[in-house]
Design a protein around this ligand. Structure first.
Ligand SMILES: *[C@@H]1O[C@H](CO)[C@@H](O)[C@H](O)[C@H]1NC(C)=O
Ligand SMILES: *[C@@H]1O[C@H](CO)[C@@H](O)[C@H](O)[C@H]1NC(C)=O
Ligand SMILES: *[C@@H]1O[C@H](CO)[C@@H](O)[C@H](O)[C@H]1NC(C)=O
Length: 188
C-alpha cells in the first residue's frame, strides 16, 4: 500500500538543517531490515534547472566532439558535462535547492536529442546530501520529455520514479536554458 507524501521544493528549506541520514554500513543493514515492513512513500519535487552555456562561468561544458559534430545539425557526437544549479523558483536568483551533476551526449542523427546520465544532488532542507540518479532520452525540442529516476541515496535510498521536463526559456543565441522539472519518486 502506498502512502502519499507531497512535498515541494519550496518546503525543502524547512527541514531540520544538515541531514541526519546515517551512511554507516551497519546503519544501512538496520535500515534494510526495517524497510521489509515499511510502506513505500511517494514524494513529488518541483524545481527549475539552469543550464548555462555562455559567459565566463558556464555550468555546461563540452568535453568531446568528433570531427563531424560541427557539421551535424543535431550536434551528433557531442559529449558534455553539467553542474547546473536547481532552484525553487524559475529565477536564477531564487533559492538553490541542489545541483544536476553528470554527463549527456548528443545521440540522435535525426533530431536534437540527448542521452542524459546525471544526479540530482540536493543541498537544502531534509534532502540535503541525498541524491537521485537520472537517466534517459531527452529530445530537447519537444514540449515535454520524460527521464527515469533509476535510484537514489540517503533520503532516497532504493528510489525509482519519473521526471517530466519542460523548457521554460531557451535563448538560441547563447544556448542558455531554464528547464522546469516535475519529479515523482517512490522510496522508503
Ligand atoms: C547541508 O549539509 C552540509 C553538510 O552537512 C552543511 O554544511 C550545510 O550547511 C547544509 N545546508 C543546509 C542548507 O542545510
Ligand atoms: C579530424 O580532424 C583533424 C584535424 O583536421 C585530422 O587531423 C584528423 O585526421 C581528423 N580525424 C578524423 C577521424 O577524420
Ligand atoms: C539571448 O541572449 C542574448 C545575449 O545575452 C541577449 O542579447 C538576448 O536578449 C537574449 N534573448 C532572449 C530572448 O532573452
Amino acid at each position: 500500500m502506498l502512502c502519499s507524501v507531497v512535498l515541494s521544493a519550496s518546503r525543502m528549506a524547512d527541514g531540520n538543517g544538515p541531514n541526519d541520514i546515517d551512511n554507516d554500513p551497519k546503519a544501512i543493514k538496520n535500515w534494510l531490515k526495517k524497510i521489509a515492513h515499511a510502506n513505500e512513500k511517494v514524494t513529488q519535487l518541483h524545481f527549475y534547472l539552469h543550464d548555462i552555456v555562455s559567459g565566463p562561468n558556464p555550468t555546461n561544458i563540452p568535453i568531446v566532439v568528433s570531427n563531424s559534430t560541427a557539421r551535424s545539425p543535431t550536434y551528433f557526437g557531442l559529449i558534455a558535462a553539467i553542474d547546473d544549479p536547481l532552484t525553487a523558483g524559475p529565477s536564477p536568483d531564487s533559492e538553490i535547492v541542489g545541483r544536476a551533476q553528470g554527463l549527456f551526449g548528443s545521440t540522435s542523427l535525426e533530431e536534437i536529442s540527448y542521452h542524459m546520465s546525471f544526479d540530482f544532488v540536493f543541498t537544502s532542507g531534509k534532502y540535503n546530501g541525498s541524491t537521485l540518479s537520472v537517466i534517459g532520452h531527452n529530445p530537447f525540442l519537444h514540449k515535454y520529455r520524460e527521464l527515469s529516476i533509476v535510484g537514489g541515496s540517503g533520503f532516497f535510498r532504493l528510489a525509482r520514479g519519473t521526471a517530466i521536463l519542460r523548457t521554460l526559456t531557451y535563448n538560441s543565441t547563447t544556448g542558455d536554458a531554464v528547464v522546469e522539472y516535475d519529479v515523482i519518486v517512490l522510496h522508503y
